[in-house]
Design a protein. Structure first.
Length: 389
């Protein structure tokens, strides 16, 4: 394993993290400390129906509720949320829910500070120059890590793609309140998909071309937590120990991102998620094993370390064999916790050329540890994913 002694890198962790069972009880105090008197509460119908939004509202006097978020929030939704913020005279943001409400809140904050439409702030387009308004986030799933990432993902339905906004501390939440008690009622399927999403963040950020010591450390611990606790959380969602471990895994996986990119699995799942409106975590989970199999020969020592973190016995194996044992474990884990197949997620083999083309155009391709030389490489990975049963 080599260390780049020439590059100058940075690590920025701008979000204060308040964590532990009952952490949501600190929300009112946090909002007061941020000087917010009229927050826009960004959430979705499922969180409202589950009674979790009410837990937040009980501590937020004068809050305006924006519960229109749906999975894979799009440009129109973000711009509408920003309009509500302005019309109602809000002075801060609170997000409660999974990755979609948190990404929506961060994106709304960008539009509030910079004007126009969120489509202007796709990564590589108009720069983000000011910090979003005071923002507190409360995750109710353990997967995206959006509570601590410096990114948001937005769907462009006209182009049929998702795009990234951020890559800067200016988009980050000011405070994240991580309360595993809010995750107890998550169904097994959601627990499985979000947990595998957390694992994919850790693995891709540990192996990407941009990895560095801080990211490596939190990524490896996230992998260990998932390896030890995800199956338990799926089997027994009432276990506070399992929910706490997975909440920490998601947060650490989000921190592993830093200001950088992930790799091929996210290039594929993010772009394909614009074609079919399916679970991002489940799709990423189904692609993760085939991507790691493709990548292992480019960085066998790192993939062997991933196998160790997942609890695979690799004593006596050379690096590449150990790496491939880790890939086998990834596929076993996905099947054991009931991750749907590509077909069950709504995709067909006929779409492989389209999916491969848009994946190759995704900027996260650039971070992959093995060079993706063209769409044909992605076609091969997709074929392997469809071959899984």
């Amino acid at each position: 394993m080599t260390v780049d002694v020439e590059a100058i890198r940075t690590v920025e962790v701008p979000t204060r993290i308040v964590h532990g069972p009952g952490a949501i009880g600190r929300l009112g105090e946090v909002i007061a400390e941020l000087g917010v008197k009229c927050p826009l509460l960004v959430t979705d119908a499922g969180v409202v129906e589950a009674g979790l939004a009410e837990k937040a509202l009980a501590q937020l006097s004068g809050a305006v509720v924006f519960a229109e978020v749906r999975a894979n929030p799009d440009i129109a939704l973000i711009d509408r949320g920003a309009a509500v913020y302005r019309e109602r005279g809000c002075d801060g943001l609170v997000a409660i829910g999974g990755g979609s409400p948190m990404d929506a809140a961060k994106s709304i904050g960008v539009v509030i500070r910079h004007g126009g439409s969120i489509r202007q702030y796709e990564w590589g387009h108009d720069p983000i120059e000011s910090r979003v308004p005071p923002l507190a986030v409360v995750p109710t799933t353990a997967g995206t890590g959006s509570e601590v990432t410096l990114w948001a993902v937005v769907t462009d339905r006209d182009r049929g793609v998702k795009f990234n906004v951020g890559g800067t501390p200016l988009i980050a939440a000011h405070v994240a309140l991580i309360d595993p008690e809010l995750m107890v009622a998550l169904p097994p399927g959601v627990t499985a998909a979000t947990g595998m999403d957390a694992l994919s963040h850790a693995i891709e950020c540990y192996t990407c071309d941009y990895h560095q010591p801080f990211n490596d450390a939190v990524a490896l611990h996230a992998m260990e937590l998932v390896g030890n606790w995800l199956e338990r959380a799926v089997a027994d969602g009432t276990s506070i120990a399992a929910r706490t471990a997975m909440a920490h895994a998601a947060m650490l996986g989000g921190m592993a991102y830093g200001t950088e990119s992930a790799g091929a699995a996210h290039a594929m799942s993010q772009s394909a998620g614009g074609v079919h409106d399916c679970s991002h975590g489940a799709l990423t989970a189904r692609l993760l094993g085939p991507v790691c199999s493709f990548n292992a020969q480019a960085s066998p020592e790192r993939y062997a370390r991933i196998a160790q973190a997942l609890g695979v016995q690799v004593a006596g194996l050379d690096a590449l064999d150990a790496a491939m044992a880790g890939v086998t474990e990834l596929d076993r884990l996905a099947n054991a916790i009931g991750i749907p197949t590509m077909r069950e997620l709504g995709f067909s083999e006929d779409e492989i050329p389209l999916l491969a083309r848009i994946a190759f155009e995704d900027p996260q391709t650039l971070g992959n540890p093995r060079e993706i030389s063209g769409a044909a490489d992605y076609e091969g990975i997709y074929q392997a994913a469809f071959a899984q049963r």
